[in-house]
Design a protein around this ligand. Sequence first.
Ligand code: SF4
Length: 376
Amino acid sequence: MSGFNAPFEPLLWDDIHLGFGKIKAADVERALANPKRTIEDFIALISPAAAPYLEPMAQQAYALTRQRFGHAMQLFVPLYLSNLCANDCTYCGFSMSNAIKRKTLSLDEIEQECVAIKQLGFEHILLVTGEHKTKVGMDYFRQALPKIKGHFAHLGMEVQPLSQAEYAELNQLGLDSVLVYQETYHPASYAQHHLKGNKQDFAFRLETPDRLGRAGIDKIGLGVLLGLADWRTDSVMMAMHLRYLQKHYWRSRYSVGFPRLRPCAGGLEQIQAISDRELVQLICAWRLFDPELELSLSTRESPAFRDQLAKLGITTMSAESRTQPGGYASGDIHVQTALEQFATEDKRSVSQITQALMEQGLQPVWKDWQPGYASQ
Ligand code: SF4
């Protein structure tokens, strides 16, 4: 069992959930004035009572982000290696029960994708697969990682949770970061949306960041799927999880992502929606809570909304994402749509996105890390 047991504490979820209704304007103002913000401050800042304070929150988020990150916006791209999956998640196009065409890239196809992605200018890449440990497991990763690492400066993964020893081995093969989204910290909602396969094991997933920290992975990415359960309570649980991890695995860096439920093949309707304005409030609150934290936004969001958020705390963005295996080297948009995990909203080219960032005074960054620096 993970040292982070908050989701299993009886009544904690309900206490946090009901507590939002008791937050007053004075609590929000106290949180805004506190230079080192606590979990209680974070709760106040994402509460409905903080909605009228969005402007001062945005101003502080902007100033803190520029202080810590300058005008840099790190760009990365996902490389989907396989859409095979042995799980059934109610919200995902890759679910095993969906009758979609399945594909796992061969080593030659991976090479073609890498070449196509390099031509777009990327140095940071995120490898993504469904969760199928027999066909897309360690044997596959052992062959694929060295090949991909040869092309890029930074290698991240978003695949099924692995053991500590497996993460340590992949670390040796060049793995820099791992995203493992808990989806929701509410066990009952988690069970409702994860219907088959190993992903049903809530506790094993919750323990994954501990295994990553113990394996010495440089950066660990957390996230909840906004819309699965109450987004405010889930965000508080994630903030508590982050603080626990920062205390125990202080050598690792951390990032937080903000995926909202998107349409997908056979998917469900969004059930606990977060509005655009609430998402802005949430992102500003995260920046005020942790000025050092990497905050990441994907192409699930619209161009106009991403441009707006680029100045309010976001430090990392994906661009020109294709969420289907083989999407970069292939030009067939119909094949792409049939195989993809979820629909993307920001379909602009990399050059259009970098242009939009520069028009806002931001500097697109392709590479911020050189392995040689580690030994200096
Ligand atoms: S969310 Fe992940 S585990 Fe669930 S069906 Fe999609 S790819 Fe598989």
